[in-house]
Design a protein around this ligand. Structure first.
Ligand code: ADP
Length: 292
């Protein structure tokens, strides 16, 4: 059941911002996310999407998510749901946004998605990182800015998760030595790039196919090496080839970018080790071997 305090806060907000005679027509639990409870809220002013969690469980989660959604939306490139309200009610934190109906892909869906992502990646910043911390899934991400990508990727992405996974007894000792070896090699194997605004968690579950358009959800944004977003699309098989072709037409990549997919995906694999346990360790080790 949706907490009455949340419903009241949402009703008050919608009455003020949308319709003074607002009628709440019902809510439907669509709690299919990995981290949060989710609801489709039906009202006389339209449908809304609501994500809730315990306010103390993952502090700042929805604040970071709403900032991420807004930053992506402000680029005017790919579609992103409009954030309406992010607040707490009693012990609950919640995020209210535009409801995006899933509709069949139109022709050219993946080409449009690839082109839009390339345009989004043209948005740059003074450093690699971000002006605030956020989360990837339920794992906190530090985004302390760095002038170079290699130290950012090593110190803000791989090393903290490696430590957490090791402290949780999820990784064998020899993995640390291998990562040390990799850290020494990284600066020599990555091409120089401007910081690019990344979605940060661009797997198949984090966009909605809404007619002809891809709508980005659940971001873990920061300014990083743009190959990272493309690599993430390949973590579980990859998107349609049109996606990559259109991306490259719009914003060309290094010829050998695919050689680094496994390198960038060490980070989401470490995230998977932390979230789902040792079953992801063999895949992590296999990727690691390729770069050591
Ligand atoms: P979590 O953070 O818990 O993983 P997500 O943001 O990924 O949750 O959302 C879970 C699911 O809810 C998505 O896979 C998608 O199907 C649906 N969803 C997310 N945002 C919206 C939205 N704005 N409108 C409609 N459905 C949405």
């Amino acid at each position: 059941m949706l907490q009455p305090e949340i419903r009241k806060t949402v009703e008050d907000f919608l009455r003020t911002s949308k319709d003074p005679d607002l009628k709440w027509l019902g809510e439907e639990n669509v709690g299919c996310g990995s981290v949060n409870a989710a609801w489709r809220v039906r009202t006389s002013a339209g449908d809304f999407f609501l994500k809730c969690n315990d306010a103390f469980n993952l502090p700042g989660l929805f604040e970071a998510e709403s900032r991420g959604l807004r930053r992506l939306r402000d680029t005017g490139t790919l579609r992103v749901p409009q954030v309406l309200l992010q607040t707490t009610a009693g012990e609950n934190a919640f995020l209210l946004m535009e409801f995006v109906p899933a509709r069949d892909e139109g022709d050219g869906f993946f080409a449009g998605f690839g082109r839009g992502l390339a345009r989004m990646h043209r948005n740059t910043w003074k450093a690699f990182g971000l002006d605030h911390c956020n989360y990837i899934s339920s794992i906190r991400q530090s985004n302390a800015p760095r002038g170079d990508w290699a130290p950012f990727f090593i110190e803000e992405r791989l090393a903290p998760l490696l430590k957490s996974a090791f402290d949780a007894d999820l990784l064998p000792q020899n993995v640390l030595k291998k990562f040390d070896e990799l850290f020494r090699r990284i600066p020599d194997i990555i091409p120089v790039e401007q910081p690019a605004l990344l979605h940060g968690d661009l797997w198949y579950g984090n966009f909605i196919r809404s007619g002809g358009e891809a709508v980005l959800i659940d971001p873990a944004i920061y300014y990083g090496h743009r190959e990272v977003d493309l690599a993430m699309t390949k973590l579980f098989g990859g998107f349609h080839p049109d996606f990559y072709a259109a991306y490259r037409e719009e914003f060309p990549l290094e010829e050998n970018w695919e050689e680094r997919v496994g390198l960038w995906n060490l980070y989401p694999l470490l995230v998977h080790v932390m979230l789902f346990g040792e079953e992801y360790v063999p895949r992590l080790l296999e990727s690691l071997e390729r770069y050591c």
